[in-house]
Design a protein around this ligand. Structure first.
Ligand SMILES: [Zn+2]
Length: 173
């Protein structure tokens, strides 16, 4: 696997619970569960892995990681694309059914070495503070990191568990 390329390039960061994370490639480490994301897995697929973002505590903010170390949709196989598309749609439906957001923004950048999609639940406070549109997301994320309270963190963990239940209950639909 390509991960060995990064063998001498260990990165370290802290998740929003204060645990130190150490990895070659964050996407591989999350998808293969070498590191534990706060709240645990929301969905474990054959080809992808869905969980809260480990560093940015926003309730309902999810990251969908491919299990393979590729960096674009075009490099995914048909089976991988089908599962990823399905989980994406089901995660969006869960966020809306649970009343977490009315509007979702998806972000996928080939600039990142490991394929992942941000599933970003837009919320009124973000729009009030930073305005609308994709250009505000970095500011929103930075603000969420520095302003999270214990209540926010509890809510992130609760919401992640509610989405997991919702996806499990509706798995056959
Ligand atoms: Zn990777």
């Amino acid at each position: 696997m390509e991960e060995t390329i990064f063998a001498d390039n260990i990165h370290k960061t802290k998740d929003f619970l204060g645990h130190e994370l150490s990895f070659d490639c964050m996407g591989c480490a999350i998808a293969n569960e070498d590191i534990m994301v706060p709240g645990g897995p929301v969905y474990r697929g054959k080809f992808c892995f869905l969980a809260s973002d480990p560093e940015i505590p926003i309730p309902g903010f999810l990251v969908l990681n491919a299990k393979r170390h590729v960096n674009s949709f075009a490099e995914l196989t048909l089976e991988e694309r089908q599962e990823i598309g399905d989980i994406l749609a089901r995660a969006e439906l869960a966020l809306k059914r649970l009343g977490i957001t009315k509007e979702i923004t998806l972000v996928q950048e080939e600039r990142s070495a490991h394929f992942h999609i941000w599933i970003f639940p837009m919320q009124p406070w973000m729009i009030q503070k930073f305005g609308t549109g994709i250009s505000t997301l970095r500011e929103v994320a930075a603000y969420a990191k520095t302003h999270a309270t214990e209540d926010t963190i509890r809510e992130v963990l609760d919401v992640s568990s509610c989405i997991r239940d919702e996806l499990t209950e509706r798995a056959a639909l």
